[in-house]
Design a binder for this molecule. Sequence first.
Ligand code: ADP
Ligand code: MG
Length: 698
Amino acid sequence: MFDLTSRDIKYLPGVGPQRAAILNKELSVCSMHDLLYYFPYKYVDRSRLYYIHEIDGNMPYIQLKGEILSFETFGEGRQRRLVAHFSDDTGVVDLVWFQGIKYLSGRYKTHTKYIVFGKPTIFNGRINIAHPDIDPAEGLVLSDMGLQPYYNTTERMKRSGLNSHALGKLTSNLLALLKEPMPETLPEWLVKQHQLMSLDEALRNIHFPHTPESLRRAQYRLKFEELFYVQLNILRYAKDRARKYNGFIFSQVGDIFNTFYRHYLPFELTSAQKRVIKEIRRDMGSGRQMNRLLQGDVGSGKTLVALMSMLIALDNGYQTCLMAPTEILASQHYDTIRKLLGSMPVKVELLTGSVKGKKREAILRSLTLGETHILIGTHAVLEDTVCFSSLGMVVIDEQHRFGVAQRAKLWNKNTRPPHVLVMTATPIPRTLAMTLYGDLDVSVIDELPPGRKPIQTIHQFDNRRASLYASIRKQIQEGRQVYIVYPLIQESEKMDIKNLEEGYEHICAEFPEYKVSKVHGKMRPADKEAEMQRFVTGETQIMVATTVIEVGVNVPNASVMVIENAERFGLSQLHQLRGRVGRGADQSYCILVTGYKLSEDTRKRIQIMVDSNDGFEIAEADLKLRGPGDLEGTQQSGIAFDLRIADIARDGQLLQFVRDIAQAVVDGDPTESNPQNAILWTQLKMLRKTNINWSAIS
Ligand code: ADP
Ligand code: MG
């Protein structure tokens, strides 16, 4: 048995140095092992043939047998296309190619029998199959084809003949080379207990399944293993850390907390806030270092929870720090918290990049002396010059904007790592949170403070602008303010979207009687802050912006959120944007403006927004529609997401299942010495070495 991980892919029959270079570059396939783990993304039953006269426009992939009658090319430049008229005696379809025309002409012959495979569509009354797969019919036995694997490939690969078909061929060459079964990567007891397919069988069947049932079992085995090791990694690491880092013990809730609670708290806490504060209190008193993720929809009152948790730290003689992703958010927190604390003897300071010179020195000094109790700031608080006398707890707002490395930096601000509370309004579905932040405990505020009027969401086509502007005007006349958001400016692409500049001029012309602010990501931070401030203070009535306003900004007087080209935003992002309004007592509106022509998918997504105000419901729906790769928060978190086969949206149940098994293994074999589990620890070590993202999970 040779070790496939150390076998360069170029030595596989049919590859060679040139194709190997392409496989490296395009798919990161470097070894034979990599190729074996490059799984098909779909399978198609190719045992059945259709006749052309049976085809309608709603069929999935189908297979035809016939001949090409003639070729034609149409159009010029980017419009150019090659058409082959293909017939099977019951009718004619057009096979169409938009790319690789030069390479294709000459490749297929007329009056030769081919099997054509693809998805038919009706275009101008004719049946089209774009970019079909074509195989010579001679020698092809349909019943042998079974489920045909399909592999993702890139344009560059296709140009070198490395299409899906070729990849299948290479994989089959590789499997033929394996004279002995692939060594098992799960312990025998686990395979037995859950009646899993062996690794060897699973790998063979994932590429070339004999039956749908064997495919299903192969998929189950491989998903099981993948999710299991992800969880084992996280849970084992969590256990290590629990052993390593004793937390500060905040044993008491004292005067500061109680005085605030009895005399300063301006409203009743919601029961969700109460529950979460209790959870946090328990964590911080347990002797274990707290690592808690606090999720709560926009407007659910996380700031108050953060403040009250910080007061517990103060009661126990420690300092605390609250970090926010932008200056404007940091200074809003500063103002809010100062106001809430009123005349209480708690010293709060604000530290951002723009605090300089003497003022800065004074803040740093009072921190070192332990005079400042609560430090609020941006990334500036991470700098080495910022030293606390006894930092005991840290709150990070809008966690998804910060990476793992930044969290680690805060840990090092005391000899023992402080308790950490990260807060986010980007609702991360539970399954995803478990995978991303496996060892963070999760608290959820699932209730809004009373008296909020739910935001009314309306879908409007962009040809009804007049009535849209009329409603905006009416709101402003009633003293409210309005956001108008455009998709990001992409100067390079001449897309027909109204970009921000145009939008701004348009709005200024439309509303000459009002003042309009404009904010986008390419402005200097200081200018941006200043412009935001003008809106916050009510100097301007309309804010035209890109998504830079999405996080946390609080302008209770703003009651209308208009989102232009809403179809271009992800659902979670739309929800975040919508959360900027509905913060005051007035009825608020979110207006989603789109073009008239929408795909089925887009229509569905917009409808979800209109129907639901629940961030978690929306996030789950988003995950289902888009897949986790695109989900906001995963990319910025610094933890890339590369599951080969499991799908977080669909395999949530399996994830939970294997997590329990992994937990039992970690608990039952704490010294990792049970010989029955030997495979697990070796395999885990190997995975941690080869998958850099894994070692970043904390
Ligand atoms: P977010 O969770 O989005 O950060 P905030 O903490 O900014 O939400 O709170 C939103 C608003 O709700 C603030 O104006 C805050 O004062 C108010 N609020 C928070 N908790 C309560 C409560 N229990 N009752 C009434 N209003 C509350
Ligand atoms: Mg907030």
